[in-house]
Design a protein around this ligand. Sequence first.
Ligand code: HEM
Length: 351
Amino acid sequence: MYSTVICSLTLASVLSSVAGVATLDKRQTTNATASDGGSGIPTINDVTNPVCKPFVAVRDAIMGDIFQGRCNDNARAAIRLSFHDAGTFSLSREAAGLDNGGADGSLLVDPNEINRSENNGMQTIVSLLKPLPEKFDVSPGDVLHLAGTLAVIACPGGPLVNTFVGRPAVKNDNPTGLIPDTHDTVSNIVNRFSDMGITVREAMALIGSHTCARQRFVDLAFANDTFDTTPEIWDIRFYAETKRNDSDPGVFRLPSDLAFSHSSLTQDDYNRFVGSLSTQEDWAREYADAHEKMSMLGQDVSALTDCTEIMPEAIHLRDITVTSSGGAVDPAVDPAKLEAEIQRTRSIWLQ
Ligand code: HEM
């Protein structure tokens, strides 16, 4: 049973420790309400902004039906999908008055975009999300980026990312060739992020999402390998392990991640996340801010509505560690506590 619950991976790696215990939730307990029955999931009656109320049902469809209340394959794909949707935004195209991309949900609409090789592996999540805009009368962009922020929370330790709605219908096919390739040079990748409006510091925070990721198409011989030894947990272990280029069975190092950890262009910002308990907190905060920005690339931010109030509470790593380590670098995750927390959350969503 357990093996089907956490990222479909083994318990063995959970027994190892994770770096850092506390995940910063910018809203902390504000999601917990009187009427949610202690579940940490706001009900439609708890939601105060009428613009946000329709998204409660969208949230439940994504978190329950698609993610099954856990950090499953669909959740991981949804995080990557939010990057590949937003990452087609280009400041230079905007300045030149050309058709542009961005966080518009085009990957749910344009039948050609999902078939591009850079988007391999996201066909299933796209087919699952595709019916939701029509079903709930909301925009594709709002569905896609709500899925991305919910997916982060579905992974234990993932922070609450402020979540906005109000993206209009997709205007045009998004341009091709703009998603960074893992074999590209650091310089080219950094320039591409810069053209999206994403700083090196933000990019180094965002790639930490590889903590809960796996690869299938970079090297077929190592399909389904993960990018760190604790893929069930949203922790900073990915940064240190990649920098050391550890050779752990079942773990794959992306050429771009290895390069970021040593390039003079990126290593200072990368190294900020190699470390201790306070580092985990810094990363959680910076990741949440960078993901929020990514989810609005190319959008008129002033026209969007903050619907973070619909978001469920995050699962805090501090609640699933063996003991309080007093700030030590590597407090151990208690597998029983982790499973209990996952099962608790899962049972709520699958009701
Ligand atoms: C520096 C630019 C990036 C490169 C070159 C890159 C590259 C990749 C590659 C090659 C894979 C494996 C795909 C496969 O073979 O199945 C992957 C997976 C993934 N990436 Fe990235 N990535 C980058 C940035 C990001 C960002 C900014 C995010 C999100 C914030 C992200 C989230 C993910 C996730 C969640 C997966 C796992 C997907 C799954 O397990 O289905 N990546 N990435």
